[in-house]
Design a protein around this ligand. Structure first.
Ligand code: MN
Ligand code: MN
Length: 292
């Protein structure tokens, strides 16, 4: 592990740190906070999600399992951000993630702004990207920036075929994004999810099959009522219970890693932080339920 790129954090996610060597799942904070076009504060997000995680049950009644009994979970702390050099920060993210992945562990990344998903996908390589997001993030550039929270999935598309990207919860995009990407990447609107989360999840499952998949959860998929503390709130979103229903079904997928991004604690009253931590537990539960 490239410890020189990391700032240790105690206690880690859930409060039950296990040694990295034993871990099935490895939490990593990436408090990247540089490209917000509106309001900011992502840098505080990993700490707030960890704090919420320590104040939620680790037992999932729906699965009848305790994630910390079934899984070895380690938290290696936060990536040391280079504030004025996005690419240098990105190289650190890629290097640490590659090390986690190459030892057969599942990275659980706590953002940070959505931009980090570009670097995560470069480390993950060939896999489906399942993006849960109010936005499509497919702009070629945004306010002169080619790599930022509004263009991140377009940059992923520079190396990942658009057939490999599935967007769920979408309800906002530019005219250009709509016209150029009407057919692919495939999208499911937030209205479709609200109507029947299990159906959407089932369709996605059929599409992905057994292929490896990386899940990126942009918390603005939630209605602002359920997640006030995000950088770009978008009304008309899904409820936190719809999100958990989706994640419960996505647990059947061959998950190679996941991130939870876009929380801005200065605008949150801890509602979104708790939603983020609860979502992480739901994903961990799914991973745990597949482990013998
Ligand atoms: Mn978004
Ligand atoms: Mn996004």
């Amino acid at each position: 592990m490239k410890r020189e790129y990391l700032i240790p954090v105690k206690p880690g996610f859930g409060g039950f740190d296990e040694p990295y060597e034993k871990a099935d799942v490895v939490f990593l904070g990436v408090p990247l906070d540089v490209t917000s076009s509106y309001r900011s504060g992502y840098r505080f997000a990993p700490a707030r999600i960890r704090e919420a995680s320590a104040n939620l049950e680790t037992y999932l009644p729906s699965l009848r399992l305790d994630v910390f009994e079934r899984l070895h979970i380690s938290d290696i702390g936060d990536i040391m951000i280079v504030p004025t050099d996005l690419n240098a920060t990105g190289e650190r993210i890629i290097s640490v993630l590659r090390e986690i992945i190459s030892s057969g562990k599942i990275p659980a990344v706590l953002g940070g702004e959505h931009t980090i998903t570009y670097f995560c996908m470069r480390a993950i390589g060939d896999a489906f990207l399942l993006q849960l997001d109010a936005h499509r993030d497919l702009r070629e550039e945004y306010m002169g920036d080619r790599l930022c929270h509004a263009t991140v999935i377009r940059r992923v598309m520079d190396f990942l075929p658009r057939e490999r990207i599935i967007q769920v919860g979408v309800r906002s995009c530019s005219k250009e994004e709509d016209e150029e990407f009407r057919d692919l990447p495939k999208t499911y609107s937030s209205e479709e999810v609200s109507r029947n989360p299990e159906k959407v999840a089932g369709d996605v499952e059929r599409e992905i099959g057994d292929a490896p998949v990386y899940l990126s959860l942009d918390l603005d998929i939630l209605d602002p009522a359920y997640a006030p503390g995000v950088a770009t709130p978008e009304p008309g979103g899904i409820s936190s219970s719809d999100l958990l229903r989706l994640l419960r079904k996505f647990g059947k997928l061959n998950l190679k890693g996941f991130d939870i991004v876009e929380l801005t604690p200065p605008h949150d009253n801890s509602i979104a932080a708790f939603a983020a931590a609860r979502a992480a537990y739901e994903i961990l539960g799914s991973i745990a339920s597949k482990k013998e």
